[in-house]
Design a protein around this ligand. Structure first.
Ligand code: VPP
Length: 457
């Protein structure tokens, strides 16, 4: 009988049943419990990794058990060590890249958002854009690895790495970067979006929100999230240009993390893109990504075009980054994404008091299971962003799956979660504010936190 508590074991031994003896075994205890469950995973009764890092790094953690000849008495008590026949190699400690304070913050904010929006599930990832380290990765629902009695599969999904989804309008940040990189487009160039719909063969591309006018510049296309405007820019630059940048920033590509069950997603080859696909792919449909890939892609924009390899292990040395986008183009995109949040018609719920941040929301109708096409009223609410804009350090992606309460727009459901988690992250990491009102810069009076929505009514 295994897995007894020491007390239970002793009670059995006290019965002095002949031939029954006890051995002490160690079982992992997970102090952070449900907060790190998906990340850490757990080991089975024989201490073999079953999920998460426990599985991915099992041999590293487990070491190689030594062998030695011993003489035990009938009760298994050690009498004599004869000799060591094979040196044991102790398991090495594994320092994850995770910052537990951020993990708790992310878990709490995601959990509250899931409850508040009556959502089915969600994921949130915080990444250090300069080192590639994943500082927090949380999913809801989660489970307590110390008590796995009534586990349901839905609770065990490490969704941030194993659930793929269409990134929807968050993809516009990548497609627009590709447009600027061609040199054919600058942020002030305009496109006619009137009347907010565009017929392409059997598809009708539609803009959900009434745009501020019949003509938008590139920044306006992002602020209003115009699918029509994005599509017209995509027709001009061609699908291959968007495909190549999406590939370079890791969308639908292997992350190299080797995490159990990790999905790669899918970025269809541009040669398969007809006109309709060029349009819909430019604003995030027909491509499937994981939350980890999406935050990695945004980290390239944040880190001035340099992509650091993702890592779940604490790294001290500077990573080998790849310049996937010219620095000037990344900086231009940073300015545009800051406008998406700070402009009068912007996603004000993503604003972070005392800091400038940038990002893009998305609301994607979910493909209905079984039948082709999109469900009428089930959505995935998304927000991807980074900050502080004077020297971007952290990128965050928030995925809320099937909000059922009041609204479902990413700008309404996921943007506030981004704001709270980014605000907490910047404070916990002691990042100097880059957006204090001038008067506070002059003297040392304590910073009075601005109203969450940046002073708007
Ligand atoms: S506008 O930009 O993020 O806050 O367009 O699911 O469009 O052609 N999101 N969402 N479309 N499909 N196919 C909105 C906003 C808000 C917009 C976006 C910035 C206020 C936000 C959409 C989304 C939609 C969409 C449409 C959501 C399905 C797939 C297409 C209607 C909800 C589309 C075919 C209702 C390939 O993210």
């Amino acid at each position: 009988m295994r897995g007894l508590t020491p007390e239970q074991g002793q009670a059995v031994l006290d019965l002095k049943v002949p031939g029954v003896y006890g051995i002490e075994e160690f079982r992992r205890f997970y102090p952070a419990g449900e907060v790190t469950a998906h990340m850490v995973g757990f080991t089975d009764i024989d201490d073999h990794g079953r999920e998460g890092v426990e599985l991915a790094y099992d041999e590293w953690l487990a070491g190689v058990p030594g062998k030695r000849q011993v003489i035990k008495d009938r009760r298994g008590r050690l009498i004599k060590d004869v000799q060591v026949t094979k040196n044991a190699k102790a398991g090495k400690p594994l320092a994850l890249s995770i910052d537990l304070r951020l993990q708790y913050l992310a878990n709490r904010e995601l959990r509250n958002a899931i409850i508040e929006n009556g959502a089915k599930a969600g994921s949130l990832v915080i990444m250090d854009v300069k080192t590639g380290e994943i500082l927090a990765m949380v999913n809801q629902p989660t489970y307590n690895p110390n008590n796995r009695r009534n586990l349901q599969p839905a609770m065990m999904r490490n969704r941030a790495m194993i659930d793929v989804f269409e990134p929807g309008s968050t993809m516009k940040a990548i497609s627009m970067s590709a447009a600027i990189e061609t040199g054919r487009w600058k942020p002030s160039d305009t496109v006619e979006v009137y009347p907010g719909s565009l017929q392409i063969g059997k598809y009708t591309i539609k803009d959900v929100s009434k745009t501020e006018g019949p003509v938008l510049d590139l920044t306006g296309i992002l602020i209003n999230s115009s699918n029509v405007g994005m599509s017209k820019v995509a027709f001009d630059i061609g699908g291959e240009t968007i495909f190549r940048l999406a590939q370079k920033v890791g969308l639908g590509q292997d992350t190299g993390l080797g995490f159990p069950g990790e999905r790669v997603g899918n970025l269809p080859n541009y040669r398969e893109w007809r006109k309709a696909e060029t349009a819909t792919l430019s604003y995030g449909y027909g491509i499937s990504v994981t939350a980890i890939q999406l935050v990695h892609a945004f980290s390239a924009l944040a880190n001035n075009g340099r992509l650091a390899p993702l890592t779940l292990i604490k790294t001290d040395k500077a990573p080998q980054t790849t310049q996937v986008l010219p620095e000037a183009v990344a900086k231009t995109m940073q300015g545009m994404l800051q406008q998406v949040i700070e402009a009068p018609r912007g996603v004000f719920r993503a604003q972070v008091p005392a800091y400038h941040v940038g990002g893009k929301s998305g609301t994607a109708r979910k493909t209905s299971v079984g039948t082709k096409g999109y469900a009428e009223n089930s959505y995935r609410s998304l927000f991807a962003g980074f900050g502080p804009m004077n020297d971007p350090r952290y990128a965050i992606v928030v995925v809320i799956d099937e909000p059922t309460k009041a609204g479902y727009f990413g700008g309404l459901v996921s943007a506030p979660v981004f704001s709270r988690v980014m605000s907490g992250t910047l404070r916990l990491m002691n990042v100097t504010p880059d957006n204090l009102p001038p008067v506070q810069q002059a003297n040392a009076t304590p910073v009075v936190p601005l109203k969450a929505n940046g002073g708007r009514g």
